[in-house]
Design a protein around this ligand. Structure first.
Ligand code: FES
Length: 106
């Protein structure tokens, strides 16, 4: 069973915003898309770029290094040059607190 870690308050990440976090020595980003929260690792599978720091359009995040697109909902690849999904982590909201699946459980 996955272990969850508390990482933020819902009030810290308004809709359309994101927050970068270091969890278990892994940098991840939490996104709020229309009131739903998603979490992916901030390392592009193409060449290690800071993918979660790129432009978000709907559910698509564009890696700022070479432009690969990923879906923040599940880390899946939407366009080349990446071919492998980025890790994504389950998010749970409990009251005002946001928890993510511990990256160490991967
Ligand atoms: S490092 Fe992300 S597209 Fe190349």
């Amino acid at each position: 069973m996955a272990e969850f870690v508390k990482v933020a308050k819902v009030t810290e990440i308004p809709p359309g915003k994101r927050k970068l976090l270091d969890v278990d020595e892994i940098t991840v980003a939490l996104f709020n898309v229309n009131g739903h929260y998603y979490c992916i690792e901030d390392v592009c599978t193409h060449d290690g770029g800071p993918v979660a720091e790129g432009v978000l359009d709907g559910f698509a995040i564009e890696c700022p290094r070479h432009g690969a697109l990923f879906d923040v909902r599940d880390g899946s690849v939407l366009s080349m040059p990446a071919a492998v999904p980025v890790p994504n982590y389950e998010v749970k909201i409990v009251g005002e607190d946001i928890y993510i699946e511990s990256p160490n459980d991967w």
